[in-house]
Design a binder for this molecule. Structure first.
Ligand code: SAM
Length: 305
């Protein structure tokens, strides 16, 4: 039995989110860049493998690759093939390069994917992401390829924005038809870009129409089941329950352990590929974990990134 990291607030660490690159082929208007300010360099394959092994030995059960865009990482299938067998391996991607990689990634051991897609309307998608002509079609082909490769359950990550609010029920219909889970994400406007979205109103309508509602352990996220669709709602802002039930550590694209998306003042530099040393660093990062939003402390997201 591996030991289990638990922080001083009683929160286990069961998930690790590793940014494989800061590079991205899109330029989404709201992107929080996984809370990375100015990444310097790119974490090596060797370090990713060692971190994954160390984390697995400390009770981490799931590993999510992110970025930037993780599918831009060279030899990604080769990297995934080196991950510990007992971990649930997933990645979050904009999906543009998924059609060409899904099968190889699944063969290498990738279990599932989240595809970020905020709109099915070409004009809206382009306005949000700054994509190139034809990219939306590539994302749709990527979703089909992920389904064919059984990278399931596949989640469709949708950040709720003023730009796509009217389309949310259409996106849920799309997910129902394809057998995807719709994951509606509250916008974090960390850089005060003046972007907005009203997830409150949308969740209210979901609650009214739902046949059943479940609450996940992680972040106490709500899942709404309606007319055969499954909709998960992710609402971190000012949410003390979310933080009190956070089970994650993060690793930045330049090799630092990051205890919280919303903070950059408590990072732990990795700087080694030695598994035993990395275990000690993960435990140090675990000591630095603390809920960001608490009842007594509604922190402000000013100037984080
Ligand atoms: N490029 C990959 C992708 O598109 O999934 C991985 C990186 S992206 C930063 C990871 C997830 O964070 C995406 O689902 C994206 O929609 C979400 N995200 C980015 N900025 C956000 C923000 N300001 N508020 C809420 N979610 C955000």
């Amino acid at each position: 039995m591996p030991c289990q990291m638990v922080d001083s607030f009683g929160r286990k660490v069961t998930g690790l989110r590793i940014a494989l690159t800061p590079r991205c082929n899109l330029n989404c208007i709201y992107c929080h860049h996984e809370g990375e300010a100015k990444p310097e360099g790119e974490i090596s394959d060797e370090m990713v493998v060692s971190v994954a092994k160390a984390a697995a030995q400390l009770g981490v059960r799931s590993l999510k690759f992110t970025g930037g865009e993780p599918l831009l990482r060279p030899h990604l299938a080769g990297l995934i093939a080196q991950m510990p067998q007992d971990l649930d391996i997933s990645l979050t991607t904009n999906g543009i390069f998924l059609a060409e990689q899904a099968e190889a990634l699944a063969k290498a051991g990738l279990d599932r994917v989240n595809v970020s897609l905020d709109s099915l309307r070409p004009e809206t998608y382009r306005a949000i992401t700054g994509c190139r002509e034809g990219d939306l079609e590539k994302v749709l082909a990527g979703i089909d390829a992920a389904l064919a490769a059984d990278l399931a359950p596949i989640k469709l990550n949708v950040v709720v924005l003023k730009e796509n609010e009217a389309e949310i029920s259409g996106l849920i219909d799309f997910c129902r038809e394809k057998g995807l889970i719709a994951q509606l994400i509250e916008l974090l406007d960390l850089q005060h870009l003046g972007i907005s979205g009203d997830i409150d109103a949308i969740e209210h309508r979901l609650a009214e129409r739902a046949d059943s509602i479940r609450t996940r352990e992680m972040h106490r996220r709500k899942k709404y089941f309606l007319d055969g669709a499954e909709v998960e709602v992710v609402r971190p802002m000012d949410n003390t329950e979310f933080c009190a039930n956070c089970t994650r550590l993060r690793v930045t694209s330049d090799g630092k352990i990051k205890p919280c998306l919303l903070r950059s003042d408590n990072l732990v530099e990795i700087g080694t590929c030695d598994c035993e040393r990395i275990k000690a660093l993960l435990q140090e990062a675990n000591k630095r974990r603390e809920p960001y939003f608490t009842i007594t402390n509604m922190q402000k997201c000013d100037g984080i990134i």
